[in-house]
Design a protein around this ligand. Structure first.
Ligand code: NAI
Length: 241
């Protein structure tokens, strides 16, 4: 029987690469997203709607079981704490944290029943280090690192593993939108900004979504069966500085 992976936010960027990579590896991939995609089985679902996530996951779990959950849906928001309104904080938390909580909570009964499962949170290097003008995003990604640790401890007895992948700067629509917004506001030269971003990374370039997908696939697999509660940094050396 094919293994089953549920991914959130699998229609773009890192999530899309993960969906493609898992499909190629032979997984049945179910993608809960608000924007459509031709990869895997698309299920329109807003991760902030806890009841909708539970409903979708329940149906999938009953039909197919759930081997892996990749909680990836997320948004970026640039501002320091003073410029972050309560509405901004709530929006970032609802998608980045509450969405992960909803997906995890919905998947766990099926994984417990199977006595196996791997949960992977796509967090960020900002779960490990602080970055400027990134108050709400940083907080939300640190929360995902915490979710990986506590879920790993609570569910190890059921042979369920939970880990967080912490990517550095990865070239995706989220990255390009953030750069475009910065260029619009500052009037900076876009090519120069891209070069500066690459130069910030010790390896001298941005990461690619496929590189994050390969690590995620490894964590889902039996090759990683002794890895749980960990933060896996994939950032070209950024956080080693
Ligand atoms: P992206 O913007 O290309 O893709 C995000 C996906 O999440 C989209 O398909 C979007 O429709 C979906 N999504 C957004 N809100 C949703 C909601 N309420 N319900 C369901 N789906 C929703 O972004 P990217 O860059 O691929 O990011 C994916 C994850 O990786 C995010 O959690 C992000 O924070 C994280 N990340 C990204 C980095 C980067 O440099 N691109 C670096 C570190 C972490």
């Amino acid at each position: 029987m094919k293994k089953t992976c549920i991914i959130t936010g699998g229609s773009s960027g890192i999530g899309l690469s993960i969906a493609k990579t898992f499909v190629k590896e032979g997984y049945q991939v179910f993608n809960l997203d608000i924007q459509a995609s031709e990869y895997g089985h698309f299920i329109e679902c807003d991760v902030t709607d806890i009841a909708a996530v539970k409903d979708a996951v329940d149906k999938l779990g009953r039909q197919h079981g759930i081997d892996a959950l990749v909680s990836n849906a997320g948004i970026h928001f640039s501002a320091n704490i003073e410029d972050t309104s309560e509405a901004d904080l709530t929006r970032v938390f609802n998608i980045n944290v509450k969405g992960a909580y909803a997906a995890t909570q919905a998947c766990l009964p099926f994984m417990r029943e199977q006595q196996s499962g791997s949960i992977i949170y796509i967090a960020s290097d900002q779960a490990v280090v602080g970055k400027r003008n990134s108050f709400a995003y940083n907080l939300s990604k640190s929360a995902l690192a915490s979710m990986a640790r506590t879920t790993a401890l609570d569910y190890a007895q059921y042979n369920i593993r939970a880990n967080a992948v912490c990517p550095g700067t990865i070239e995706t629509p989220l990255y390009h939108n953030a750069i475009n917004r910065y260029v619009e506001q500052s009037g900076a030269d876009i090519n120069q900004v891209h070069q500066e971003e690459a130069a910030l990374q010790p390896l001298g370039r941005l990461g690619q979504p496929q590189e994050v997908a390969e690590l995620t696939l490894f964590l889902a697999s039996d090759k990683a069966k002794f890895i749980t509660g960990s933060l896996q940094v994939i950032d070209g050396g950024y956080t080693a500085q």
